[in-house]
Structure formats: structure tokens, C-alpha cells
Design a protein around this ligand. Structure first.
Ligand code: 3QA
Length: 232
């Protein structure tokens, strides 16, 4: 069994690499992939770089080239739901691309022919996450994540995304990773810890909380891996 663990930024995978102790770096397709054995299971870890294109490339590479059979994403996100505070964990039950727009042809936002507005994440992995959350006494919100090639730092844009997609959180990679995994029939799990509220203070909040929120998400994902291994 081989599990992919991905993030978008170095800060998002640093806590994961720290837990692996021994890993091998492999250069491939313009990026670095870290291969390791963790508690007897093969893992491949990488940060994609920011955005939908890089994350698509990395997810596809981890599956098609490195042979990953499950994919777990760990990182940070902007909150859309007013219930979510910095450090809170959100797991996606479904994801959409908020910047995909052919509405001029009468289609809904996020839709293109042959695709669908939402891609659903793996239900078994979400159920597993709920068990982990319970055991850790760590609150975990299940919700909709909207993805686009924009760092949202604007209340109006955030509200549009919340209203149009019912999104609870937004980021720049989950929706594209979801499309790749869905097409290749690889169970996937997208976890994010809130770093900001996607408002006018977002860039400051992001800079202040990137590392601590990335750490919260990474720790949870490693507990998920432990649980997956336990259940094998
Ligand atoms: C933003 C990161 C990208 O990978 C998506 C963080 C947190 N808050 C967000 C928001 N809007 C959209 N996405 C997010 N991640 C990178 S921009 C800063 C880069 O600094 C999630 C996310 N409000 C690099 C140094 O200059």
C-alpha cells in the first residue's frame, strides 16, 4: 500500500517530513518528491506549489508515476463560514472550483460540460477522520471547500463564494486534486486548518498563522495515517 500526502507550500509538509525521519528525495517533473516507509507503509510526500495547475500536476504524478493508492492533502485555508476560527479544522465532503466560469452560456458557476460543479471526497476517509477527531477530542467540521486561483482577501468575493457554492472554507488546490483523484478512482481526503478569514486582513492573518495552522492540519493527517495502517 502506498499513500500520498500532499500540501501546496513547504510549510504545509514540513511537519510531516519531520515525523518521517528517514526519507529519500526524488526529483521528477520539475518538483521534489519524498519517499519513505512509515510504520511499514510506503508514503510519498510533496508540496505542489500554489494553485490548481501545480496541484493537478503533483496529484497526477503521485498517482500515475509514484503509484499512490490513496491521497491525503494537508494545509491551511481561508474561512468562509463565520463559525470557523483560526486553527479550526475543516474536512471537505465535496469541493468546487469557484473561478471556473462559462456562465455566459447559461451554465452554473463551477460547471463545464463533462464535469460537475462538485466532486465528492471519500466517505470512508471522512468517517475515519471523525473517529480520529473523537479520540483526540479535537473538533472537526465537515463542509464544502471552494478552490480557485486567487488568494481571497476581499469580503465581497468571499461572500459570493459562500453564497454560490455553500462553501465553508476556500483555498487554491483542493478542487483540482479532487478532480484528478476522482478521475483516477483514488480515494482522497482534503483537510485544512483555518489561517485567515479571506477578508481585508487575510494576508496578515495568513502570515501570522500559516505555520501553526499547517502544523495542526499535519498532525491530524498523521493520526489519520496511523488509523489507516491500524485498519489494514
Ligand atoms: C496562499 C496559499 C495557497 O496555497 C492556498 C494558502 C489560506 N487562505 C487563503 C485565502 N485565499 C485562498 N487560499 C487561501 N492556501 C498563498 S499566497 C501567499 C504566498 O506567500 C490556502 C489559503 N484567503 C508566499 C511568499 O510570498
Amino acid at each position: 500500500m502506498k499513500i500520498a500526502i500532499m500540501g501546496a507550500m513547504p510549510e504545509e509538509i514540513a511537519p510531516i517530513l519531520k515525523k518521517l525521519h528517514n526519507y529519500m528525495s526524488v526529483e521528477y517533473a520539475g518538483n521534489t518528491y519524498y519517499e519513505a516507509s512509515y510504520k511499514g507503509v510506503d508514503v510519498v510526500v510533496a508540496y505542489s506549489k500554489i494553485g490548481k495547475v501545480f496541484s493537478t500536476l503533483t496529484a497526477a504524478t503521485m498517482i500515475e508515476h509514484f503509484g499512490a493508492q490513496k491521497l491525503l492533502f494537508s494545509g491551511v485555508a481561508g474561512a468562509v463560514s463565520p463559525e470557523l476560527r483560526v486553527g479550526d479544522l475543516v474536512v471537505a465532503n465535496k469541493l468546487a472550483q469557484h473561478d471556473l466560469d462559462i456562465t455566459a452560456f447559461g451554465h452554473p458557476f463551477g460547471y463545464v460540460p463533462g464535469g460537475s460543479v462538485y466532486v465528492e471526497a471519500d466517505k470512508k476517509l471522512i468517517a475515519l477522520a471523525k473517529e480520529v477527531a473523537q479520540e483526540m477530542g479535537q473538533p472537526l467540521k465537515e463542509g464544502i471547500i471552494a478552490t480557485g486561483d486567487q488568494f481571497v482577501a476581499n469580503e465581497e468575493r468571499k461572500n459570493f463564494i459562500g453564497e454560490t457554492f455553500g462553501a465553508d472554507a476556500l483555498e487554491m488546490e483542493g478542487g483540482s486534486v479532487a478532480v484528478v483523484c476522482d478521475a483516477l478512482e483514488i480515494p482522497f481526503f482534503i483537510l485544512r486548518a483555518i489561517s485567515d478569514a479571506a477578508d481585508m486582513d487575510a494576508s496578515f492573518s495568513f502570515d501570522a498563522f500559516l505555520e501553526t495552522s499547517a502544523q495542526i492540519s499535519a498532525e491530524f493527517v498523521m493520526k489519520m495515517i496511523d488509523k489507516i495502517i491500524e485498519q489494514e
